[in-house]
Design a protein around this ligand. Structure first.
Ligand SMILES: *Cc1c(COP(=O)(O)O)cnc(C)c1O
Ligand code: SF4
Length: 308
């Protein structure tokens, strides 16, 4: 995956937490034969549509993003122009979704759906016409990679459609954010703009070694997101993809941090810590450090309680 950084991020690159997410480091293995341990390609039932859970499906709108994150799960694909959905691909996806009425929740991902607004607009218009789809979501990092793009004329028609759809059905925008330093004034302004659309804003974070594997850093991130109107959703262990393992944090350390966060944050501000298991069927919530053997639980102050 080529190095790709926006001018906005380049200006922030004196911030170590941002530099390490976007610039190639000496730790990154060269020419890795990238794998697909989450079996997304196996579950890609038609071009662009990953159907892994029976009731939800994920659509890759393209393989393009404003900037390339060195720890991307889809490092095997990102930057490749062939991922962009064509009109025929969209027809095939819509036909599949009309046939598979068990799918009621569709996630647009990629690549970044807000980075290719014209394709996303075409797709959303078609998805909105399928009665069996009850919930729509878009995953994006654009508000953190190029915040001014959110208020650009190129994205405006897509946001107008999203606003209209959000009055008819639950519509979620899921931001990928890993460190409080990403919440600049520009990023907060983009988030504020998205909040006017009537959508629900969620966030997802991946644990990254030396960047956010620290309870205080994540406590600040989640407090600031909560105060900005964003609800933290998932906190991931780094996926078992070859070529990104230098970012992976030890599970015991992550479990300890996730347990501390539960003690410090409101339930609303605290994400679910999950591992997307290799060759498996998705995101498994990880047990935290509160349950002891014998049915005893330890509370936030370290007191033991027996529960029936
Ligand atoms: C994460 C994911 C989903 C959605 O999972 P939720 O737990 O509902 O957020 C759907 N499909 C795929 C392939 C996924 O990776
Ligand atoms: S924005 Fe998301 S899809 Fe794009 S490179 Fe970063 S992690 Fe991967």
């Amino acid at each position: 995956m080529k190095e790709k950084v926006t001018p906005y991020l380049r200006n922030l690159a004196n911030t170590d937490a941002i530099k390490r997410q976007y610039y190639i480091s000496a730790d990154e293995p060269a020419d890795e034969p990238y794998n697909d341990p989450l079996l997304e390609d196996t579950h890609e039932v038609v071009k662009g549509l990953v159907h892994k859970y029976s009731n939800r499906a994920l659509i890759k709108v393209s393989y393009q993003c404003a900037a390339h994150c060195r720890f991307c799960t889809r490092i095997r694909q990102i930057g490749n122009l062939e991922g962009a959905l064509t009109a025929t691909d969209i027809d095939n996806i819509i036909a599949y979704l009309r046939q598979h009425t068990e799918i009621n929740d569709v996630i647009l991902s990629g690549g970044d759906p807000l980075y290719t607004p014209a394709i996303t607009l075409q797709l959303l218009e078609r998805l909105a016409g399928i009665d069996t789809i009850k919930v729509l979501r878009i995953g994006s990092r654009l508000p953190l990679q190029l915040p001014t793009a959110i208020t650009s004329t190129a994205v405006a028609p897509l946001l107008t459609l999203i606003k209209e759809l959000s009055s008819r059905m639950p519509f979620y925008i899921l931001l990928h954010i890993n460190h409080p330093e990403e919440l600049t004034n520009e990023a907060l302004a983009a988030i504020k703009h998205l909040r006017t659309l009537g959508i629900t804003l969620l966030s997802q974070t991946v644990f990254l070694k030396g960047i956010n594997d620290d309870a205080t850093v994540l406590e600040h991130l989640y407090t600031r997101l909560y105060h900005a109107g964003v609800v933290p959703y998932y906190l991931y262990h780094c996926d078992a993809v070859d070529g990104i393992q230098h970012f992976a944090v030890n599970i015991a350390k992550e479990t300890e941090i996730a347990s501390i966060l539960t003690a410090r944050l409101s339930g609303i501000a605290c994400p679910t810590y999950v591992v997307d298991v290799e060759n498996g069927h998705g995101k498994v919530p990880m047990p935290l450090n509160f349950l002891q053997t014998g049915g005893c639980i330890t509370d936030f102050k370290g007191l033991q309680h027996t529960i029936q």
